[in-house]
Design a protein around this ligand. Structure first.
Ligand code: WT7
Length: 631
C-alpha cells in the first residue's frame, strides 16, 4: 500500500490500514531503513506483564542508519549548522562526511577507554555538536547513553549515574547560555565524589576554562581523538538491545530511567520526523529543545539524521542578547521548519512584536510545538506573526515514554484547530477511559488518555525496575498503556490534551514530580512537611506552589524562601524552584492521612469559592486558614 500522505483522505486510509494490519504497516515502514539482518517476528506483546518486542531477531546499528547510509549520495550535505551562543562567533557547518568521521573517531575513543556493548554512559554536555557526536558514538559501539540535562545539579547527576551504574561520563569544561556561565566539569567533579561506578571522564574543551583533571580518571576529548583512527565498524545490535536511558519524573519516588531499544525507536522516530513535519530533502529544520530532554534525542540527534536532513543546533537561550535572537537565526539560516515549545512562544510574544521587525521569516513553511498544551493566544500569535498565516502548526503530543510523536495535525494535510493535537499518527491506537477503565465512546467526551496497542518506539522498561514500569503504565487500566494525561474528544472526533491527571507538573515543558520537590524542600531545617502543587502561569504554563509546615519560627520570611529555593536548585536544578511558598500550620488531610491535593490545587489557582467536599478532612478549619493566607 502507498503510505504517503498527500491529503487528509490519504491519512484516513493509511490510518485504517495501520490499525487493521499493524504488523504489515510497521514492517512496510521498517523496510525503508538499513538492517544487517531482517526480523523473525514483527511484534510480540503482553501489556499485562509489560513485555513488548518489535522486530525481534533483526540486527541493525542506529548510527549506521543516521550516517553511513547517506554518505554515498549526500555525504557533502550539511547535517548540522551550529549556531554558537556568542553572536560574534562563527557558525560551524558539519557535513554528513564530517559528522561520520567525528562519530567514528569518538566511537574508537570510547572503545579505547574500555567501553563495551551494553555499558551505560552518562552524557552531561551543553548544546554543542560534540553532544550529538557523543550520542551517536554510543549508539555506534552499542553503549547505552543516559543524557543528563546540563541544568541538573551535581546531586541529580550522581543519582542518575548510580541508578544505572554508568562506567564513563562525558562532559565539557563548561557552558555559556546567554550571559550565564556554567562550570560543568566542576559540577561533575562534585557529583563523582559519590559515583563509585565511574572509571573514566572524558572532557571536551569547549571554552578554554581551567578545570581540575584527575589523573587516571579524567582525559581530554581532543587528545584522545588524536590517538585513534577514523575507521570504525559499527556494533550490530539486536533490535531489542537497549539504546538509551532517559530519566523522567513521575508522580512518586525518584526519577525513572525510561529505557528505549534500538530497532523500534529508529523506525518510529525516523518515520515520524518525515511524516509529522512533511519534511522535504532541501529543507532546513530547527528544533530548539535541549538534548537533555527526549525531544532533543528524537528530533535533533536521531530523527533528522535518520532522514539525512540539515538541522540547526543552537547553543544559547531564546531571549539573548535580545528577544529577537530566534528570529535572527531563522532569517540567517533560512529555516524552513521550526519546532519549539509553547513556553518559548509565550515568553517571546511577551516581549512584543518590535523584535520581529526587520527579520525575514519568509523561509518558514511548517511550525511545530511540543511539551505542553498551547493556549489560543499563543497559537494565534505563532500562526499569524511567525508563520504569516500560511504555515501549518503541528501541535505534537507525546512523552519521554512514547519516544516519538503520537498525536498531531500532520503538516500539509490541512486539518487543524488551535490547541488541538487533533488525531493519532498512523499506527497509534488511542482510547479514552473513565475512572473505572471503561472505554468512553462517541464524540464530545472527555476522559483519561490510554493507548491500547503497542507502537515501535514505546519504552520497554524502567531501568533496573521492570515492576515499576508495569505498575506505572500498565496497572491503572487493564491491558492499556496509561499516559497520565487527561484528554477531550470534541464533537468532530478531534483530540485536545487537557493536562496531567497525576501529580506531575509541567513547568515550561519540563516535567517535574511534586514528590521530588517535596523531598528536597523537606530537607530545610525548619520544614517538617510540605505539599507542592501546580498553578497556571502566564509564561511557564504552570509553576510550583509549595505549602510548608515549619517546626521552628521563621523570622525572616524572604531569607527563608531563598533558602528553600536554593535547596531545590541544589537537589534537582534551578528550573524546579517553586514560585510561591506559603507557611501553613497544617495540611488538609483525610482521616487516612492522605493530603487532599485537590483543595491545595484550587487554592493555588485562586479558585477559593468552590472547594468541593471538605467533610472527610480531619480538620476542615485548616482549609479556611490556608485560604486566608494564600499568596
Ligand atoms: C507530557 C510529557 C513530548 C516531549 C516533551 C515532553 C505534556 C507533551 C504536549 C502537547 C499538550 C503535551 C503531556 C505529556 N505534553 N506534548 N502537544 N500538548 N501536552 O516530554 O517530559 O515526557 O512530558 O508533556 O502532559 O504527558 P515529557
Amino acid at each position: 500500500m502507498d503510505l504517503s500522505l498527500k491529503n487528509y483522505q490519504d491519512y484516513l486510509e493509511v490510518y485504517k490500514f495501520s490499525v487493521e494490519q499493524p504488523e504489515e504497516f510497521w514492517s512496510d515502514i521498517a523496510y525503508t531503513f538499513s538492517w544487517k539482518q531482517p526480523w523473525e517476528k514483527v511484534l510480540n506483546w503482553d501489556f499485562k506483564e509489560a513485555n513488548i518486542e518489535w522486530f525481534k531477531g533483526a540486527k541493525l546499528n542506529l548510527s549506521y542508519n543516521c550516517l553511513d547510509r547517506h554518505l554515498a549520495e549526500s555525504g557533502n550535505k550539511t547535517a548540522f549548522i551550529f549556531e554558537p551562543n556568542d553572536t560574534n562567533a562563527e557558525t560551524r557547518k558539519i557535513s554528513y562526511y564530517e559528522l561520520h568521521e567525528m562519530v567514528c573517531r569518538f566511537a574508537n575513543v570510547l572503545k579505547a577507554n574500555g567501553v563495551k556493548k551494553g555499558d551505560r554512559i552518562c552524557i552531561y554536555l551543553p548544546m554543542i555538536p560534540e553532544a550529538i557526536v557523543a550520542m551517536l558514538a554510543c549508539a555506534r559501539v552499542g553503549a547505552v547513553h543516559s543524557v543528563v540535562f546540563a541544568g541538573f545539579s551535581a546531586q541529580s547527576i550522581s543519582d542518575r549515574v548510580n541508578d544505572s551504574d554508568c562506567s564513563l561520563i562525558i562532559t565539557s569544561d563548561g557552558a555559556v547560555r546567554g550571559d550565564k556561565k556554567i562550570e560543568l566539569k566542576k559540577i561533575v567533579d562534585e557529583a563523582l565524589v559519590s559515583c563509585p561506578s565511574i572509571k573514566k571522564c572524558i572532557v571536551f574543551n569547549s571554552k578554554n576554562w581551567e578545570v581540575n583533571m584527575i589523573a587516571g580518571r579524567d582525559v581530554w576529548w581532543h587528545s584522545e581523538i588524536k590517538k585513534v583512527d577514523s575507521h570504525n565498524e559499527p556494533e550490530w545490535m539486536d533490535a531489542e538491545d537497549p539504546l538509551f536511558i532517559l530519566y523522567t519524573s513521575g508522580s512518586t519516588g525518584k526519577p525513572k530511567g525510561v529505557l528505549h531499544t534500538c530497532g523500534g525507536y529508529m523506525v518510529m522516530v525516523g518515520y515520524s520526523f518525515k511524516t509529522v513535519f512533511n519534511y522535504q530533502p532541501h529543507q532546513i529544520f530547527w528544533c530548539t529543545a535541549d538534548i537533555g530532554w527526549v525531544t532533543g534525542h528524537s528530533y535533533i540527534a536521531f530523527g533528522p539524521t535518520l532522514n539525512g536532513a540539515t538541522s540547526v543546533l543552537y547553543e544559547g537561550v531564546p531571549a539573548w542578547p535580545d528577544a529577537g535572537r530566534y528570529w535572527n537565526i531563522i532569517d540567517k539560516h533560512q529555516v524552513n521548519i521550526f519546532y519549539t515549545s509553547p513556553t518559548v512562544i509565550r515568553s517571546l510574544m511577551a516581549f512584543g512584536d518590535t523584535f520581529l521587525e526587520g527579520k525575514n521569516l519568509s523561509s518558514l513553511e511548517v511550525l511545530g510545538t511540543v511539551g505542553e498544551p498551547i493556549n489560543e493566544e499563543a497559537w494565534f500569535w505563532y500562526h499569524d506573526r511567525i508563520g504569516k498565516e500560511h504555515c501549518p502548526i503541528v501541535d505534537t503530543w507525546w512523552q519521554t515514554e512514547t519516544g516519538a510523536t503520537m498525536m498531531t495535525p500532520i503538516a500539509g494535510l490541512g486539518v487543524a484547530k488551535p490547541g488541538y493535537a487533533m488525531y493519532p499518527m498512523p499506527g497509534i491506537q488511542l482510547m479514552l477511559v473513565n475512572e473505572k477503565g471503561d472505554e468512553i465512546f462517541g464524540n464530545g467526551v472527555e476522559g483519561n488518555l490510554c493507548v491500547k496497542f503497542p507502537w515501535p518506539s514505546m519504552a520497554r522498561t524502567v531501568y533496573g525496575d521492570h515492576k515499576r514500569f508495569q505498575q506505572t503504565y500498565f496497572s491503572t487500566y487493564k491491558n492499556l498503556y496509561f499516559t497520565g494525561d487527561g484528554c477531550k474528544r470534541d464533537e468532530e472526533g478531534f483530540y485536545r490534551i487537557t493536562g496531567r491527571v497525576d501529580d506531575v507538573i509541567n513547568v515550561s515543558g519540563h516535567r517535574i514530580g511534586t514528590g521530588e520537590v517535596e523531598d528536597a524542600i523537606n530537607d530545610h531545617e525548619c520544614i517538617i512537611e510540605s505539599a507542592v502543587v501546580g498553578f497556571p502561569h502566564d509564561i511557564k504554563g504552570q509553576a510550583l506552589y509549595a505549602f510548608v509546615i515549619c517546626d521552628k519560627k521563621v523570622d525572616d520570611l524572604e531569607k527563608f524562601k531563598i533558602e528553600v529555593g536554593k535547596i531545590v536548585s541544589e537537589r534537582i536544578g534551578p528550573f524546579a524552584r517553586p514560585d510561591k511558598i506559603q507557611i501553613v500550620r497544617a495540611l488538609p488531610k483525610t482521616r487516612s492521612g492522605k493530603i487532599m491535593r485537590r483543595i491545595l490545587r484550587k487554592i493555588a489557582e485562586g479558585e477559593i469559592s468552590n472547594l468541593g467536599d471538605v467533610t472527610t478532612l480531619i480538620d476542615p478549619t485548616v482549609v479556611e486558614e490556608i485560604k486566608k493566607e494564600a499568596l
